[in-house]
Design a binder for this molecule. Structure first.
Ligand SMILES: Nc1ncnc2c1ncn2[C@@H]1O[C@H](COP(=O)(O)OP(=O)(O)OP(=O)(O)O)[C@@H](O)[C@H]1O
Length: 429
């Protein structure tokens, strides 16, 4: 039995770095929770605080409903596995796995039984007598895992345990760790920066950015219905296209989304029309994943985008075409900054009216990339990021870079964000 609750956990290190900023998170008993985020977002700090190796500056960690303040790491029923698995080189595999039991004064017979059970579960029962120096990376990590599970912990904390392995070993162990956790019924908090690990292994994923929890949900929920633009862009390969669109609501009839010079039309009965209509005459960000697009003969679909193929990426089983749809795009890191305000134009439309209206007339495309705004900013600099959508094609298609391509757009699969990067159509999350 081990459920974990973090309540308003903040960690500010000496020197002023805020590694965690008011993080609240529940991990249920037996759940496989993956903490996902880029380097430096606070994942390891969170894990160390749960383990009791670091104290939070503010907030509380509860284990099974009990506050852990002052509870020593060894009394938390936790086992940790790190990326740099330090095995004892002078011991064989079996002794490495059984070492924590020896330290705990467990009788040799019992030790042997538990060591052998752990080794069998990890598929390394046949190498118990081997020295650890000659093991492969995957085998070494299995031994490290064995040493952790042999203690029969209630809670497993894993910090990038696969990052030192090659791609093949990672894929293999990914499956095994998920299966093993289920078999043992333990609660796992697993840290990674790898979205594939998160989406394939997790019951739920918690996404951190600069110490702030962005979203928590099942892999399907955070992928299909991300709470923020950051989550939408962090998950998914190829990356989501974040295009600027102007909303034009025709009350009771339909909503037009002007993306550059092109227009998508959503019927009034569309699931998200009412929410979008609140942004009438404003610019929003439309997230377009490859899944929303299907190549078509021009003029045959009810909603289409057309563009020129800028690049082709051949992946063997498919080819990705990156299509310049002649519209403005935004980078997730720009969201919430003055850059985003300028690209979106919602705030500066009035102060810099003349330039803005010319930009608007051009459907968001700058015809003068060097025009300066009143405060000396160069708007063209911000507009040069042009929207490129990724389109999945059959392997090695006949199309060439520079050629036109039209795609049908499944408007139900589009994601809509405001200028602060929050999804404006969050329903049921
Ligand atoms: N002991 C420390 N003293 C000061 N700053 C620290 C300390 N440990 C971590 N930090 C800082 O806190 C932030 C979060 O670090 P943390 O190691 O938790 O991130 P992470 O997401 O695990 O990164 P990585 O994936 O690179 O391990 C970083 O800016 C880091 O530099």
């Amino acid at each position: 039995m081990a459920d974990v609750t973090l309540e308003g956990v903040t960690k500010v290190f000496d020197g002023g770095t805020t590694a965690l900023d008011n993080v609240s998170l529940d991990v249920a008993d037996g759940e496989f929770m993956v903490l996902l985020g880029p380097s430096g977002c606070g994942k390891s700090t969170l894990l160390r605080i749960v383990a009791g190796l670091d104290d939070p500056t503010r907030g509380t960690v509860y284990l099974d409903g009990e506050p852990t303040d002052g509870l020593a790491p060894r009394d938390r029923g936790i086992a940790m596995v790190f990326q740099d698995y330090a095995l004892y080189p002078h011991m064989n595999v079996g002794d490495n796995i059984g070492f924590p039991l020896k330290m705990a004064g467990i009788e040799p017979e019992e030790r042997e039984r538990r060591t052998s059970d752990a080794a069998s579960a990890l598929g390394i029962a046949d190498i118990l007598g081997r020295r650890t120096q000659r093991l492969s990376g995957g085998q070494r990590q299995r031994v490290a895992m064995g040493r952790a599970i042999v203690r029969e912990p209630d809670l497993f904390l894993m910090d990038e345990p696969l990052s030192n392995l090659d791609a093949g070993q990672r894929a293999e162990l990914r499956n095994e760790i998920g299966g093993l956790a289920q078999q043992l019924g333990v609660t796992v908090i697993y840290v990674t920066h790898d979205q594939t690990e998160a989406l394939t292994m997790a019951d739920r994923v918690a996404i951190l950015r600069r110490g702030v929890l962005q979203d928590v949900g099942t892999p399907a929920a955070v992928y299909n219905r991300p709470a923020t633009i950051y989550v939408a862009s962090f998950l998914g390969n190829p990356r989501i296209c974040l295009a600027v669109a102007k909303v034009d609501a025709h009350e009771g009839s339909h909503i037009e989304l002007h993306i550059g010079e092109q227009t998508l039309s959503l019927p009034w009965a569309h699931s998200r029309t009412r929410i979008l209509s609140r942004y009438d005459n404003e610019r929003i960000i439309v997230g377009i994943r490859a899944e929303a697009l299907t190549p078509v003969t021009p003029g045959t679909a009810s909603n289409e985008l057309a563009g020129k193929v800028r690049t082709l990426e051949h992946h063997g089983h498919e080819t990705l075409a990156f299509l310049d749809i002649r519209a403005s795009a935004i980078a997730p890191d720009e969201v919430g900054t003055t850059k985003a305000e300028q690209v979106l134009g919602n705030r500066w439309r009035r102060p810099f009216g003349s330039w803005a209206s010319r930009w608007s007339r051009n459907g968001g495309r700058s015809d003068d990339e060097t025009t300066s705004t009143a405060d000396g900013e160069t708007p063209g600099r911000h507009l040069r990021r042009s929207a490129e959508v990724a389109v999945r094609l059959a392997p090695y298609p006949h199309i060439k870079t520079g050629e036109p391509l039209s795609v049908a757009v499944d408007t139900e699969a589009l994601l809509f964000f405001n200028d602060r990067g929050n999804r404006i159509d969050v329903v049921g999350r």
